[in-house]
Design a protein around this ligand. Structure first.
Ligand SMILES: C[S@@+](CC[C@H](N)C(=O)[O-])C[C@H]1O[C@@H](n2cnc3c(N)ncnc32)[C@H](O)[C@@H]1O
Ligand code: SF4
Length: 339
């Protein structure tokens, strides 16, 4: 069912798309704001907890949110690190709500019970499930599932949509059946994303001897499972893109005749207020600090890449590259209104 939220998102996206198509000024409909680099876990593929622990205070975040609103942002992703380690996260969500943003929140949900109330204002929760309990703990540590499944059940009982992200590595390629059965039991969807490497916010990489053909077959298989009705959030266009990715050891490439909408249609802000076209480009292009300056889009010629296999960015780019098909596809997966 189409709700008011869908209409506001659709209108903001249409303006972003027009800017992207016509070469206009940056008009991002979506911003991802990492509220902190701090985290209660140390997942083996993530570097965020080892980055600068300082973050903006509430007054600074209020300034930032006003600026995002003026820029035309409607969709606000709150991410981290682990957002729930911030005791003022409820205040941050309230500030975002006061600006009228459609809010998603990424969290491992280990600390859900101490912050349940703030989820009332969250339209979509992303969490992390990396496969069987054994494989999940192998990637994310022994304590990483504490409270997560109970929190998901509680969120679903409150009718709050949940998508669990599975980071696809080589040890969990056979866990699809397990995760999709769990998705039915929990009434959630699963978004699969390749292990990302070669950027500040991640660590490690696929092994040098990975078999790219096996990985491509994995993504093709997911596409078939999705077509057969499996509870996969990842869109068909996204799965096609990854099913054709040449070498998963390269998270991003400079591809001729390919454009990326990062910085124009969507962008990323780190915990100190530094803005980048996307999380992958943090540390690779000059930052614009949004407390001091305005976002004017990516600097011409500064982008290190034009195409990638970085989960969220592939989904965003399919919206801009194939708007009609992607919007229909994504509306049922991510832009969910409470059911
Ligand atoms: C950075 S976390 C932040 C939210 C929260 N702390 C969590 O883990 O769910 C956002 C998502 O990125 C995923 N992630 C972290 N490092 C990654 C990597 N190297 N490649 C792909 N995804 C990664 C995490 O598993 C998580 O689902
Ligand atoms: S993936 Fe999430 S839970 Fe794991 S270390 Fe990174 S921010 Fe923390």
């Amino acid at each position: 069912m189409i709700g008011v939220d869908h209409l506001r998102l659709g209108w903001a996206f249409a303006r972003s798309l027009a800017s992207y198509e016509l070469g206009g000024s940056a008009r991002p409909f979506s911003a991802t704001f990492s509220v902190t680099n701090r985290c209660n876990l140390r997942c083996r593929y993530c570097n965020t907890p080892f980055l600068d622990p300082h973050h903006l205070n509430l007054d600074e975040i209020a300034v930032l949110f006003r600026k995002l609103k003026r820029l035309g942002v409607v969709r606000l992703g709150l991410a981290g690190g682990e957002p729930l380690v911030r005791e003022d996260l409820g205040d941050i969500v309230a500030l975002a709500k006061a600006q009228g943003f459609w809010i998603s929140l990424n969290s491992n949900l280990n600390l859900y019970r101490r912050a349940e109330a703030l989820f009332d204002d969250v339209s979509l929760v992303f969490t992390s499930l990396d496969g069987t309990a054994g494989h999940h703990r192998e990637s994310r540590g022994d304590k990483s599932l504490h409270g997560t499944l109970d929190a998901i059940r509680s969120l679903r009982a409150r009718r709050i949509p949940v998508v669990a992200i599975c980071v696809v590595d080589t040890h969990n390629l056979d866990d699809t059946d397990y995760l999709l059965a769990l998705a039915i039991e929990l009434d959630i969807r699963i978004h699969f994303q390749p292990r990302c490497s070669d950027t500040e916010i991640v660590r490690g990489a696929y092994a040098d001897d990975i078999d790219n053909a096996t990985l491509r077959a994995f993504w093709h298989g997911l596409r078939e499972r999705r077509a057969a009705g499996a509870r996969i959030a990842s869109t068909t266009l996204y799965l096609d893109h990854l099913g054709a990715w040449a070498d998963f050891r390269q998270a991003a490439i400079a591809a001729p005749r390919t454009r990326c909408a990062a910085g124009v249609g969507f962008f990323y802000i780190d915990p100190q207020g530094n803005a980048f076209p996307c999380a992958y480009t943090k540390g690779k292009v000059p930052a614009i600090n949004l407390l001091r300056d305005d976002w004017r889009g990516p600097r011409t010629g500064a982008a290190p890449c034009t195409d990638c296999a970085v989960g969220p960015m592939v989904e965003f780019n399919t919206l801009f590259r194939h708007p009609l098909r992607a919007v229909v596809d994504a509306a049922g997966s991510y832009a969910t209104v409470r059911r």
